[in-house]
Design a protein around this ligand. Structure first.
Ligand code: C5P
Length: 304
């Protein structure tokens, strides 16, 4: 069997509206996911024993045992297709930082599902893979789909969004990460038991996305987790302010943070923003990306 390599993007949330805490501990969401051109690559090879190897960005902090989300994805797929031997060597080349609010771990799990489906010639459809993905984590189905999509439920129920144009972003990476459960818990604490309305889709954002006008989209970005992320990492305030002062059309914490995402008018302004943010010393590094891009897809190892 030829090794299979899958490339998978990071995401930002253009809208992240968080409803009340549910009995199962999760929160009902209304979110707009947007995949961006920062990619991890996952290669799977047949092996007698399951193993995970991680190289690249933050590699030393990624667990490589059975708890690794990519390893769990391989086992979940093997169980779903009743494959007795799930032994597979998983190699993850990371460019997406971990615990950054960019769904890097979810991306690796989605890539592993697509790669093993191909390696084992299991023939599961996108819908079947998406169901397994939802059992692995709230953001995993979107990493399969990519593009710009509305997420409901825990974030796993997806509908493609009508979005025109290409958007130019600068992502500012923070030193250290944030734990997603900690950020949701901080969000609950900040709300202090005040009643929370069910989250609703932003019609303003939808109209802006249909128009393809980055200035309109910039004005509509929203993230209910941002106050919680900033309460845990007050330094993010400086990064957001630096981006705004440098002319970003929108400045927002990505997902549960601590990465900040800045929307630019075009590629040239994204370059200027990247320089300004680096010069301001408010982050450990910046990267320029575009969105939307497609979800997890095989890049090498196709039959023949
Ligand atoms: O689904 P996933 O494992 O990625 O979620 C990680 C954690 O984030 C959950 O354990 C929960 O604390 C929080 N979460 C949430 N509501 C969501 C998604 C995630 O509270 N819709």
């Amino acid at each position: 069997m030829t090794p299979v390599t899958v490339r998978v993007p990071a995401k930002v949330n253009l809208q992240l509206s968080v409803g009340p805490r549910r009995d199962d501990g999760y929160h009902d969401l209304m979110t707009v996911f947007h995949s961006v051109s920062l990619f991890d690559e996952v290669t799977v090879r047949p092996a007698d024993r399951a193993s995970v190897r991680v190289t690249g960005q933050d590699a030393s902090q990624v667990p490589t045992g059975r708890t690794n989300l990519a390893a769990r994805a391989a086992r979940a797929l093997a169980a779903a297709v009743k494959r007795r031997q799930s032994g597979v060597q998983i190699e993850i080349r990371k460019r997406i930082p971990i615990a950054a609010g960019l769904a890097g771990g979810s991306a690796d799990a989605a890539a592993t599902l697509v790669a093993c489906n191909e390696l084992w010639q299991a023939g599961l459809t996108q819908a079947e893979l998406s169901e397994i993905a939802a059992g692995l984590g709230s953001d995993v189905p979107f990493a399969l789909l990519g593009g710009t999509a509305i997420g409901q439920g825990r974030g796993e129920r997806l509908t493609a969004a009508l979005a025109a144009g290409t958007y130019h972003w600068v992502l500012a990476f923070a030193t250290g990460g944030l734990s997603t459960p900690d950020v949701y818990a901080a969000c609950d604490r900040l709300r202090d038991a005040a009643p929370v309305a069910p989250p609703e889709l932003s019609t303003g954002l939808m109209a802006a996305l249909r128009s393809g006008d980055p200035a309109a989209v910039g004005l509509q970005l929203s993230n209910d987790l941002q106050p919680a992320a900033v309460s845990l990492r007050p330094d993010l305030r400086r990064a957001l302010a630096a981006g705004e002062e440098s002319g970003a059309l929108g400045a927002i914490v990505s997902g549960s943070g601590p990465t900040c995402a800045f929307l630019a008018a075009d590629a040239r302004q994204a370059g200027e923003l990247a320089v300004a943010l680096t010069g301001a010393g408010v982050c450990r590094g910046v990267v320029r990306v575009q969105g939307p891009v497609p979800g997890a897809a095989v890049v090498a190892g196709e039959p023949g």
